[in-house]
Structure formats: C-alpha cells, structure tokens
Design a protein around this ligand. Structure first.
Ligand code: COA
Length: 262
C-alpha cells in the first residue's frame, strides 16, 4: 500500500485497517482525504488477500466530525452538486458496494459526512463515548453523502426525519436502540470487538459467498434491482465454486471447511 497524507493503512491477518489521521480537525473529510479513501477502497476491492476492512478515526474524540466545513465556503449550486456526486460515487457508494465487509469502528463523534461514512459501511460498532448525528441543517444544508437515503433504511422514516430535521446528536446507546449501530462497547474494547467480527468472517466463511451475500442484500435496497432475482442468481453462482463443494463436503464429513477463495 502506498503512503497516504491523511490516512494510515495497515494490513494484518487478512484485515485492512484504515485510519483517518486528521485528528486536529476531528478527522473531517476534505477533498484530499476523500480521494485517498477512493484509492484505498478501490485497491482493497481488487486485492483478494484483504477479506475485511476496518475503518476508524485517529484519537479518542472523533470518528469523523463531518465533511470539511472550510471547503463549503462559497460553493455554487453546481459545485455543491458535483461535490456530492463525486463523494457519493467515489467513496460512499464504493464502500457500500465493496465485495468484502467494511466495519466502522466509531470511536467518538460521527457527525454529518462522518455518520454518512459509517452508514455506508456494512457493520457499525461504537464506543460508549461516541455521539452521532446529521447536523447539516444547522449550516443551512442537508446531508449530501447519502444520509437522507441510508438513515431511513437503518432506523425507519420517522426517526430519520426527526434526526435530520432537528440535527439532534444521539449517544451510542440511543443509536444502538434505534438500530443505527450494531454494538456499543468500551473504547478500549472497540478494535478487539471489530476484529472478533472480522475473524468470524475470515476464518469460517467463503469469500465468494460473502461477496454474493453483500450483492443480494444491497439489491434489496436498490430501486433499479430485483433483490429476489439477485438472490437466486447469487445462490446459483455459489454452486460454481470449489469453496461451495468444499463447504458442503466438510459438513457431511464432520470437519472444518478449508476454503480457498474460489
Ligand atoms: N470541518 C472542518 N473542521 C472541523 C470540523 C468540520 N466538520 N469539525 C471540527 N473541525 C475542527 C474545528 O474547526 C477545530 O479546528 P481548530 O482547532 O483549527 O479551530 C477542531 O476541529 C476541533 O474542533 P472544536 O470545534 O474546537 O471541538 P469541540 O470539542 O469544541 O466540538 C464538535 C466538537 C464535533 C461538536 C464540533 O467540532 C462541531 O460541531 N463540528 C462540526 C460538526 C458538523 O457540523 N458536521 C457536519 C458538517 S457538514
């Protein structure tokens, strides 16, 4: 992996760790950071050695405190549409559609674009000190990186409208109650909890099946796709792999499957 300016990456035991390192700006997402995220996730998608990605922010105060507000000064309507479109296509949609699970380790404030980043991930684990919200309305804006679309999917329309229209910040515990995060743990246990989820996937499952599961689940929320049809096709495709034969054989022979990734 190349060296990045605003992101630290580390690869260990099939996990790619991605840490945003703008701690003095609470890891706010400026254009350069988004470009680096694009590059990292694009490469991670193609690297079969990477089976799970864990993304977090540096420090203990913030996951990501939003899009970099400094870059919003003097945007024209066209600039704003372009910023939103580029970010969604190159980062947020890319993460959601990644062929391997991405786990957000939410270690503090996840606000605006930060919560949108966490929501684009497949699994969210928050530390007890984390706080979440979409406060764009306080700036006279609305979320522009998919927040209006992904929040209702996770928490329902009514709660999403309340959160977006009040700009309310909620605690990790409240976020768990409404389904916005999967787990809440002590800050010292955050990474370990994410790794434990990652290792279940890495050690016990076939990568092709995981890829097809993500495709089928995403299709359920894509207006242009028939999720049931995607599931049937994905289910069928699994049977073309060696790993599927191995998984079934291993079960019948009462042994642990040895998946090869094809
Ligand atoms: N964009 C750019 N800079 C940001 C930022 C953002 N979204 N969020 C925080 N920062 C910067 C601050 O400007 C400050 O920089 P400085 O030290 O050079 O002045 C630094 O990060 C620390 O933030 P600060 O506001 O001093 O910390 P705090 O503990 O008082 O407050 C927050 C923390 C998260 C409540 C507050 O930073 C905040 O409201 N941030 C903006 C959240 C937001 O509206 N996000 C949506 C953007 S679309």
């Amino acid at each position: 992996m190349p060296i990045y300016k605003n992101i630290h990456t580390e690869f260990k035991n099939h996990i790619l760790y991605v840490t945003i390192t703008r701690e003095d700006k609470l890891n706010a997402l400026n254009t350069h950071t988004l470009q680096e995220l694009h590059q990292i996730f694009d490469e991670a998608n193609q690297d079969s050695e990477i089976k799970v990605v864990i993304i977090t922010g540096s420090g203990t105060k913030a996951f990501v405190a939003g899009a970099d507000i400094v870059e919003l000064v003097n945007l024209t309507q066209e600039d704003a549409v372009s910023l939103s479109k580029t970010g969604q296509n190159q980062v947020f949609d890319l993460i959601e559609k990644l062929s391997k699970p991405v786990i957000a380790a939410i270690n503090g404030f996840a606000l605006g674009g930060g919560l949108e980043l966490a929501m684009a991930c497949h699994i969210r684990v928050a530390s007890q000190n984390a706080q979440m919200g979409l406060p764009e309305v306080f700036l006279g804006l609305i979320p522009g990186y998919g927040g209006t679309q992904r929040l209702p999917i996770l928490v329902g329309k009514g709660k999403a409208i309340e959160l977006i229209c009040t700009g309310d910040m909620i605690t990790a515990q409240e976020a768990q109650k409404i389904g916005l995060v999967n787990h809440v743990v002590a800050i010292d246990d955050l990474l370990k909890t994410c790794e434990n989820i990652a290792y279940k996937i890495i050690n016990q499952t076939a990568p092709f099946a995981i890829k097809q599961a993500l495709l089928a689940i995403n299709a359920a929320f894509d207006k242009h796709k028939n999720g049931f049809e995607q599931e049937m096709n994905s289910f069928g495709l699994c049977f073309t792999t060696e790993d599927c034969k191995e998984g079934i054989e291993a079960f019948l022979q009462k042994r642990k499957a040895n998946f090869k990734g094809y």
